[in-house]
Design a protein around this ligand. Structure first.
Ligand code: DQA
Length: 145
């Protein structure tokens, strides 16, 4: 059986480690990828971890997940707050999608309080630092057993 989880990352997340460390912490995206692969091993998932700064690429990867994955964890970065295209792509696929954020977006600027993708997702995890990724994988484990 296919036990691949796509972990998708949107714009500016390639800058983790040097990007606003007071908000996002000191881990790089490579460090977070290693955490996800280790958690995936515990959960029996193989993790396909990707990042793009381009909205359409994220749309394409969501479509691809429908054939190749049993679930998706997505940190859509700023596209979370703007993207009808990501909302529609999540609705268009049948595998479960979890929205995640490193920071607590509700404790930040008002423009981060609304997610355009949350209503299309199975659930939302935010505010736990890089551990939000591992928590999202845990959520997918409970949903795909
Ligand atoms: C983020 C929160 C978003 O508001 C922001 O645009 C990001 C990162 C997070 O992981 O906390 O790029 O998704």
């Amino acid at each position: 059986m296919n036990k691949t989880i796509f972990v998708l990352n949107g714009p500016n997340l390639n800058m983790l480690g040097k990007r606003e460390p007071g908000i996002y912490g000191g881990k790089t995206l490579k460090d977070i990828e290693a955490d996800c692969i280790a958690a995936g091993r515990d959960y029996g998932f193989s993790v396909d971890f990707r990042q793009s700064n381009h909205e359409g690429v994220l749309v394409d990867w969501l479509h691809e997940a429908d054939d190749k994955a049993i679930g998706v964890a997505i940190n859509a970065g700023a596209y979370t707050h703007t993207s009808v295209a990501l909302h529609d792509a999540i609705r268009a696929i049948s595998v479960p999608v979890i929205e995640l954020h490193i920071s607590n977006v509700h404790a930040r600027e008002e423009f981060r309080h609304h997610s355009k993708i949350a209503a299309a997702c199975k659930g939302v995890i935010c505010g736990f630092g890089p551990a939000s990724y591992v928590l999202a994988l845990h959520a997918l484990k409970t949903m795909t057993d």
